[in-house]
Design a protein. Sequence first.
Length: 360
Amino acid sequence: MNRNFLVPVAAIVCMSIFPCRAQLPVGDSLARESSVSNAAVVARTSEKKNLRSASWLPDISGYLQVGYEWSEAASTFFIKRARLDLQGDLSPRIDYRLQLEFASPKIVDIYFRFKPLRALNVQIGQFKVPFTIENTHYVPLKFEFIEYSMAVSRLMGFEDVSGIKATGRDLGMQLYGGFLHRDGYDILSYNLGIFNGEGINTRDKNKSKDVVARVMVRPISALTLAGYGYWGETGERYAERQRYGGGICYDDGRWIARGEYISGTTGFFEEPTGRYGTFDSSGYYLMAACWVTSEWLPAVRFEQFEGVSGESAARQTNYTAGVTYRPFKQLRCQLNYTYEQYGGPNPDRNVIKAMLTGIF
């Protein structure tokens, strides 16, 4: 390269970076430059204030789930969920959430959380009851199967044996927090809540309040052990609703293994005599899954549930094999096969379900 060519180029670059004072226009130009600079600072400050004042505006997301079911007794398309989710912050320590369901229109979640300390936080409104691991920690967009386990569904307010259908949620408040923080998680955490006990979007029908308590221990990041209890009364005549259980979960992001056992006592009134009675129920599940690639998650589950303990006709055992395919972040494709085995004279069933989930 001709070195003589570099001399004028270097001179031009130096003049553009370090202009000579003699080349600057007189004071008017300096005043204009100062004015522009001040205006830019004011504009940036104003923009930051506007962003801070708008931080309470919600982040909007949601998802749609549609599918198809086949069995010996049915063949149907279905809409599983159609959710719109709004979440935001009122302040650094107060956030809120409103989640709406459009498949069967209702408010699903509506709550405020005040988070002053890691060890003590308050949540009030309508939200997931802190009972079991599956109910609170494995939401539909994370869940490995199309249907939740029978034990959780029938003893924690999805299709409850007490008659409550509430997606595992209720109206109330809870205290929660964690202790012994290590590497992004708490070794010991707790939930203590009081609820109406009547399900979602429903006022209490009696003066008592249902109490829920859960303690969780995480000796390592991937392993969770939990114990939980629920003590309550439902309806105008204070029918008993007691639930107890425990579970263990291993989830390191690739391998997943989980099992839970739940038992409970449910009160009822016979009609037309009005005689009061109770019955016991119990159930459990064991499941395992593995992300064999970033897109494919095969999973298996064994579960059993007794709607009325000791009665074989009220026993159901399910064997489920399924796969989740996630080609990209906004789409989940799930296929489940379940062999349903019934006690007593009830015939067994083969059930195939497929479901698409679109996330926005």
